[in-house]
Design a protein around this ligand. Structure first.
Ligand SMILES: C[S@@+](CC[C@H](N)C(=O)[O-])C[C@H]1O[C@@H](n2cnc3c(N)ncnc32)[C@H](O)[C@@H]1O
Length: 745
């Protein structure tokens, strides 16, 4: 959702078509023996490419944007056979485009690694035959090769090797599943003795230690702490078993307690973490770090339990941290998972919920950030998936992160593999040779169906847009530093609870906002208990029915049957054409306003005359709908009114004083009405929202304009209008602590 889908973008369509053609060509070679190239030439070519790619990274510098491409091959399952049941094979026996099931290769790296979207090196077997190997999902792409996964001389076993023709016509071994490669330590008895003698001591724990050290030298993006702490599952069980034996004077060792608390914190088990830290503080009262950690864990537990967050502080942290991974807890409010008929599972309210109330605030399971500060270059990846089309952004990083996090913390696997995966059939094994099995293609599919594109924060994205010369209510993408409140984004993440919410165009009753890697979900209407929550996967527009339907079908495999979709299908072409014609005519009329010498309407009309004309066209547009706006929101009317309102309020043409304030109020109420708002009163005396309408971009601004219009037309309604504006703000931005700053760029 909100991912930058480039499947229909002409310049990328050609890339996709080319890749499809190459795949077909490659498959025509399936089972063939590859033409062998001399060992020396293979190594030389690789080293020349390595030098060229390292040069490119340096020359790229900070200012240019860098687009890589990552190609997803047809899915294939990981090896689930124990190594002891596989037969050894040799490079010379491998056939093109073939998965060599039932066999394994023992190889040694003979070059340094190169790093594009995979870790690459040339490997040899015991006969000295060589081949390029590409290991996917090992380490972070953004390291740019800093991390040594494949140290020269390292020996590895590739289970059920897959020899693939690559897009440049070369061939090599492609490994997509982490459990399909086994890195051997220097003293492993499976290493041939001749190799052992040659490279004594190189490819061992030392190499892994070096990896940790190289992290320690980098300040940004991936800190050493993160690397060392990643295996939380293992850390926890190690500490727990050590604690059963290691005691000091009858009490658990100080360090063990501390480590246990750290692992529990990382696994977001804050209650248990607090208990351990309390025990630590009692047993070792001089341990000041434990006290600090306890305060931190207590704050997380409070967030997790009551859903109260210091949002201004979250914004400050988001501005400071790169990537914006916030140290805050997930809160799951009044929602639960239930069956949702043909939509599969869905998320439902467990009690009555008021419009604007917090449903949940979820920390990303994995979050891949593309830094797009204004005026700076950025790196992004085009992910080419022949089954699912092309996306631009950090999706391939997100797959990497998720696969690795699961591989290193198997207790977390069910959180992700239980998400919607459509018809993908995963292998029926969770472990092989004591290693977890994580099917990369399953994760890829789950991410395609369940991940969200996201800005740095919804608020910064909105403000960035406000700074543009002609801010529009909605903008298609943030690729050029913009990004609407509901645009598409290159950064992305996986939020397991949020991904249980189904789509509806007209019935949408929840909205997501982002603050760093937190997804804040709020109700956009008053909801009865046991109401299914829905939001947009594709936002509806006044005239995007066909496009929306096509994208929902292609990306998520369903056809929306909401009232708006049904209505569009049932409306005659004549009515739709009439509606479009009226909207276009109104647009042309509005843009002609203010162009004359007296800054008035094209015919020199007064402001009230202009307003009367606008009202007449809007009335005619409304007549093209057969169902009330409270059932089928009228987005074409809403959009036309946006222009009309700006005119009426003098934003474009300086008619402000000439249109009666009451008339402005009525226009604003009619605009909200077109979105399905049912508002009682509203002209003077009282104003109560009986039903909230569709929360499209611009609604918040409309409420603020209404508040301002009331200052002149009905001062007694300023306070209630501001209250509704605040609620709308909370829905759009996830919080209202920054409400007073609205309008600041
Ligand atoms: C992100 S998942 C949502 C949760 C999913 N229903 C589940 O059971 O896990 C997206 C999938 O939900 C289903 N879905 C979502 N909205 C739907 C709708 N309005 N009609 C039919 N199916 C829908 C589709 O199968 C879609 O690919």
């Amino acid at each position: 959702m909100d991912i930058h889908d480039v499947s229909d973008t002409p310049q990328y369509v050609q890339v996709l078509l080319d890749q499809q053609a190459k795949l077909r060509d490659a498959q025509a070679h399936k089972g063939q023996r590859p033409a062998r190239t001399a060992r020396a030439q293979v190594i030389l070519e690789f080293q020349l490419n390595l030098m060229a790619s390292r040069g490119k990274v340096t020359a790229g510098g900070q200012q240019t944007s860098f687009i890589r491409s990552s190609f997803v091959p047809p899915p294939y399952p990981p090896c689930v056979v124990s190594l002891s049941d596989l037969k050894k094979t040799m490079i010379n026996d491998l056939l093109l485009e073939t998965h060599h099931r039932g066999t394994y290769l023992l190889v040694r790296s003979v070059t340094p690694q190169d790093r594009m979207t995979a870790v690459m090196a040339i490997v040899e077997d015991e006969k000295g035959d060589v081949l390029m190997v590409q290991l996917y999902h090992q380490g972070d792409d953004e390291d740019g090769g800093a991390e040594d996964i494949l140290v020269e001389g390292m020996v590895l076993i590739l289970k059920e090797p897959y020899l693939k023709l690559m897009s440049d016509g070369n061939y090599g071994l492609r490994v997509d599943h982490l459990s399909d490669v086994v890195f051997l330590s220097a003293n492993d008895e499976r290493i041939p003795s001749s190799w052992k003698r040659e490279s004594a001591g190189q490819n061992t724990a030392l190499a892994w230690k070096t990896k940790g050290n190289s992290y320690s030298k980098k300040s940004a993006y991936r800190s050493a702490i993160e690397w060392y702490n990643r295996r939380y599952d293992a850390a926890l069980s190690d500490v727990e078993s050590a604690m059963t034996t290691a005691t000091v004077g009858g009490k658990p060792a100080e360090k063990a307690l501390f480590r246990k608390a750290e692992a529990l914190y990382s696994l977001e088990r804050y209650r248990e973490c607090c208990e351990v830290l309390k025990e630590l503080c009692l047993a070792y009262p001089d341990n000041t770090s434990a006290k600090t950690q306890l305060t931190r864990a207590v704050s997380r537990l409070a967030e997790q339990t009551n859903g109260r967050y210091p949002f201004k502080q979250l914004h400050a942290e988001t501005a400071r941290l790169r990537p914006p991974l916030l140290d805050h807890a997930t809160y799951i409010g009044p929602v639960s998972v239930q069956a949702a008929g043909p939509r599969g599972r869905g998320l439902f309210t467990t009690r009555a919920v008021k419009a604007g109330e917090l449903l949940f605030c979820e920390k990303a399971f994995a979050h891949a950030f593309v830094d797009k500060e204004e005026g700076r270059g950025f790196d992004t990846t085009m992910l080419i998936d022949l089954e699912n089309g092309g996306t631009m952004g950090a999706q391939s990083d997100l797959i990497n992160m998720t696969v690795r996090k699961l591989y290193q913390n198997p207790s977390l696997i069910p959180i992700i593999t239980s998400l919607h995966r459509d018809s993908y059939q995963p292998v029926d094994a969770t472990e092989v040779d004591g290693q977890p099995v994580v099917d990369t293609f399953l994760i890829r599919r789950i991410i395609a169906l369940n991940s969200f594109g996201c800005p740095l924060s919804t608020l910064t994205s909105h403000r960035q847009r406000q700074r543009q010369p002609n801010p529009t209510p909605e903008k298609e993408e943030d690729g050029d530093g913009g990004g609407g409140d509901s645009g598409v984004f290159h950064s992305c993440g996986l939020w397991p609870t949020a991904s249980l919410i189904n789509h509806s165009c007209a019935g949408t009753n929840a909205r997501r906002a982002f603050v760093g890697d937190l997804l804040v979900a709020r109700a956009t209407r008053d909801l009865a208990p046991h109401t299914e929550l829905t939001w947009w996967y594709q936002p509806p527009g006044p005239d995007n029915y066909a496009q929306r339907r096509e994208k929902l079908q292609r990306n998520w495999g369903f056809v929306c049957d909401c009232a708006m979709c049904e209505d569009e299908q049932g409306t005659s072409k004549a009515s739709l054409d009439k509606r479009r014609g009226l909207a276009a005519g109104l647009g042309a009329y509005l843009s002609s306003l203010g162009q004359g010498p007296h800054q008035k309407g094209g015919g020199g009309e007064s402001g009230d005359a202009v307003a009367a004309r606008i009202e007449a066209v809007l009335g005619a547009m409304a007549a093209t709908y057969s169902r009330p706006a409270s059932e089928v929101p009228r987005l074409a009317v809403w959009e036309a009114m946006q222009g009309a309102l700006m005119t009426a309020l003098g934003m474009r043409a300086g008619h402000r004083q000439e249109v009666q304030p009451r008339r402005v109020v009525k226009l604003l109420l009619a605009a909200l009405g077109s979105l399905g708002y049912v508002i009682e009163g509203g002209v003077s005396g009282t104003m109560v929202v009986r039903q909230w309408g569709l929360l499209v971009d611009g609604v918040m601004g409309c409420w603020m304009l209404l508040r301002d219009a009331y200052c002149l037309a009905a001062p007694e309604l300023v306070v209630p209008a501001e209250g509704y504006a605040r609620t709308a703000y909370r829905m759009v931005f996830g919080e209202d602590e920054t409400f007073e700053t609205y309008g600041e760029a």
